[in-house]
Design a protein around this ligand. Structure first.
Ligand code: 5RP
Length: 261
């Protein structure tokens, strides 16, 4: 591993490398989005190269599709494969029940569809993503551009009766224009500080016309793999209650960093 990787990237790499050990020959895989998921795509490509693993990946964003294709991972669409064995993705926050906030990378819609269509979802994260209660990270909500300001007003009105600490809602920008998702939608970021009842909020938000999906992943994640910069990986399985601490081999082949150069 290059010495110049910062501790957060090392931790993300360790989580990704450990999670990719769950991949078995012949699996259909959901490939997440974000910087941690990008490490997973690189680690997966390395296993494919070294072990001749035959897997097919369904990417959750154009960014992930591009990276995976450039590393020689065979790709398909959810419509073609219909159901997946395993999705590995990052998260912005996870709580003790492995409920998540996702969408910091604006890919929550495809990510939620793909994770829900998987037998198992593994989240990979550095320890900073662990929280006692969700909500410090602004909750992304994907909305259609048509009438988005009305949708935003309805979201704000809805938040008045919700158990949250903050109620600011902002449109995510890309420079001086609204950020446009892969599905040609906008993202509203809800600055809630603390979400008292994430399950209820997730249901209520999705009932607002114009809201396509929200970034709360409730009862979707099965396992979290937390990477540490010193090479430790903690694996927590919410279904079995199993908690394991492993050490991950720090020395990937230089190939794994090829796309970063
Ligand atoms: C993208 C996501 C990402 O998984 C999340 O933002 C975490 O990203 P990173 O691994 O870069 O911290 O939900 O929509």
């Amino acid at each position: 591993m290059p010495a110049d990787l910062n501790p957060i990237d090392k931790a993300k790499f360790i989580a990704a490398k450990r999670a990719v050990e769950f991949v078995e020959d012949g699996m259909k895989l959901g490939l997440g989005t974000g910087s941690t998921a990008a490490w997973m795509v690189r680690c997966l490509a390395e296993r494919i190269r070294e072990e001749g693993l035959r897997v097919v990946g369904v990417p959750t964003s154009s960014r992930t599709a591009e990276l995976a294709a450039s590393l020689g991972i065979r790709l398909s669409t959810l419509d073609d494969v219909k159901w997946l064995d395993l999705t590995i993705d990052g998260a912005d926050e996870f709580d003790p029940n492995l409920n998540l906030i996702k969408g910091g990378g604006a890919a929550l819609l495809q990510e939620k569809i793909v994770a829900t269509a998987s037998d198992q979802m593994i989240v990979i994260a550095d320890a900073a993503k662990e929280v006692v209660q969700l909500g410090a990270f602004p909750l992304p909500v994907e909305v259609i551009p048509f009438g988005w300001q009305t949708t935003k007003a309805l979201v704000e009105e809805t938040l008045v009766s919700m158990d949250v600490l903050g109620r600011d809602v902002t449109l995510r920008m890309n420079g001086d224009k609204p950020l446009v998702t892969d599905e040609a939608n906008y993202i509203l970021d809800l600055h809630l500080n603390r979400i008292g009842n994430a399950r209820q909020l997730a249901l209520v938000l999705n009932q607002i016309p114009g809201v396509v999906e929200n970034g709360l992943f409730i009862d979707i994640c099965d396992i979290v793999v937390i990477g540490h910069a010193d090479g430790r990986a903690s694996v927590r399985d919410i279904n079995t209650g199993r908690v394991e601490d492993d050490r991950v081999d720090f020395a990937p082949s230089d190939n794994i960093f090829a796309d970063l150069e």
